[in-house]
Design a protein around this ligand. Structure first.
Ligand code: 5CA
Length: 441
């Protein structure tokens, strides 16, 4: 992609309304634009990151055996009256009336709708367990939308829902999601720690929040240092097998958000030198809620004994748009964002220091073609800005690699390869630079 034909509205100054680094950098790097309080347009560069995060989420959900579908953003109020949540949900729910005076709402979550879909098709234990998920926009009319995409009103969520015949089987579905979550956040370059949590308006008796430690996090959290060092399960995890042994090291050490924190237990169980008192960002939450929705909504399945019973459910949320904020909080420096490779909008930024110089233009065009051939995503700065501005912009948008090409270097037969993380620079021949990026001849 050529920058001269792109939309990348970067800002030199810090926007006054942004209080935390990720919000500042998302606005400055031209990733998002605020359209209303807590409502954002995703600009081209931001959308690319959002798509990469979504992709990792999908890959790990699919690996764990979940099946994707897509539900509408608008739902009938009737459906929520069945579960009793229409009135209970309060002012966070955006309520809408259509031209036929029918009451609708913009979904803040989808337990009711997925239960309605499930009961329409599934009636036997033979079809269980079943875990369905979607990646869809949600709306919650938060009283204080803030910190950009961290607490938005419209936000992108991955919401998954499991259906099982009994509690024991439902707990296994919960465990599969638990492991999938450990993997997906690690792949994005984050360490997310599962912490016991309250269930709130979703309901149920078992819940974990997945928390990324960050000074700017919204909640205070308490945990054992051991959780910061545990290895994350590999891609070869057997989701069909027993997951107890894999999960135990993550659930045994103390970890709790402030809502459920027990200071006496914390001090008794965790030696002083291993106590972590920090703030955290909740990037996901999982719940087992049993028959909370299947009972009132009559989602019944027949067991092997021929007896009908309400299906056992759990739900599994990931804050997909919030994750961009969390990743930036964890991965930035004074100059800007430092994207982990797995979610970077482009892998390489190609900088032409002298656009209009025939030799530089030709070298850049050839490099761009070679990178494209090797399937490496490249953003080519072919604008006529001065070098200093180009360098600052590349550092701000945080692509993992910068390939800097100018007449002086070409004269000597070299280009410069800079790694954004750490800032290491190397003068290399074009071929060596391409090889270093994985684009061998
Ligand atoms: N029904 C369940 C999960 S399927 C649910 O709604 N869970 S939740 O309320 O915990 O939301 C799931 C995730 O969405 C949260 O962990 C958080 O990462 C993200 N999220 C929640 N509210 C917001 C918001 N206002 N802005 C951005 N992300 C949010």
């Amino acid at each position: 992609m050529r920058l001269s034909q792109y939309l990348l509205p970067t800002l030199k100054e810090n926007p006054a309304e942004a209080q935390i680094a990720s919000h500042r950098l998302m606005l400055r790097a031209g990733l998002i634009r605020q359209e209303a309080a807590g409502i954002y347009a995703w600009l081209p560069l931001g959308l690319r990151v959002l798509r990469k995060v979504e992709r990792i989420v999908r890959e790990e959900m699919d690996r764990a055996g979940a099946v994707e579908l897509l539900m509408p953003t608008l739902q009938l109020a009737e459906l929520w009256r069945e579960s009793g949540r229409y009135d209970a949900y309060g002012p966070e729910m955006l309520r809408i009336v259509d031209r036929h005076e029918r009451e609708l709402l913009y979904g803040p979550t989808n337990e009711e709708m997925i239960t309605e879909i499930f009961r329409g098709y599934v009636h036997s234990y033979r079809s269980l367990p079943l875990t369905l998920y979607q990646v869809q926009w949600k709306f919650r009319d938060e009283q204080r939308p803030r910190f950009g995409v961290m607490r938005g009103r419209e936000f992108l969520m991955k919401d998954g829902y499991s259906f099982d015949l009994d509690e024991a089987s439902a707990r296994r579905s919960y465990q599969r999601m638990f492991v999938a979550y450990l993997r997906m956040f690690a792949r994005m370059g984050l360490r997310a720690i599962p912490m016991r949590a309250e269930t709130g308006p979703i309901g149920g008796d078992l819940s974990h929040e997945f928390i990324v430690l960050a000074q700017t996090g919204e909640s205070a959290v308490y945990c054992d240092q051991a959780l910061l060092e545990l290895p994350v399960p590999g891609a070869d995890v057997d989701y069909g097998g027993e997951l107890d042994a894999l999960i135990a090291p993550w659930t045994a050490p103390y970890a709790a958000t402030e809502d459920v924190h027990d200071a006496a237990r914390f001090e008794c169980e965790v030696p002083l030198e291993r106590r972590v008192l920090a703030r955290g960002i909740e990037v996901g939450q999982i719940f087992y809620y049993g028959t909370k929705y299947s009972l009132p909504m009559k989602a019944l399945v027949t067991g092997p004994d021929g007896v009908e019973r309400p299906v056992h459910g759990g739900c599994y949320g990931v804050g997909v748009s919030r994750l961009l904020g969390a990743i930036i909080e964890a991965c930035h420096d004074e100059q800007g964002i430092v994207w982990p490779e797995a979610v970077a909008p482009y892998r390489v930024g190609l900088v032409n220091l002298k656009v209009g110089d025939a030799r530089s233009d030709a070298a850049c065009a050839a490099i761009q073609a070679r990178l494209a051939q090797a399937g490496i995503e490249v953003l080519y700065d072919d604008t006529d800005e001065r070098a200093g501005a180009k360098f600052a912009k590349m550092d701000l948008i945080g692509l993992p690699w910068q390939l800097i090409v100018g007449p002086r270097g070409l004269e000597a037969g070299t280009v410069e390869l800079k790694q954004r993380a750490g800032g290491e620079r190397r003068e290399l021949s074009v071929e060596a630079a391409l090889a270093a990026l994985g684009a061998a001849p």
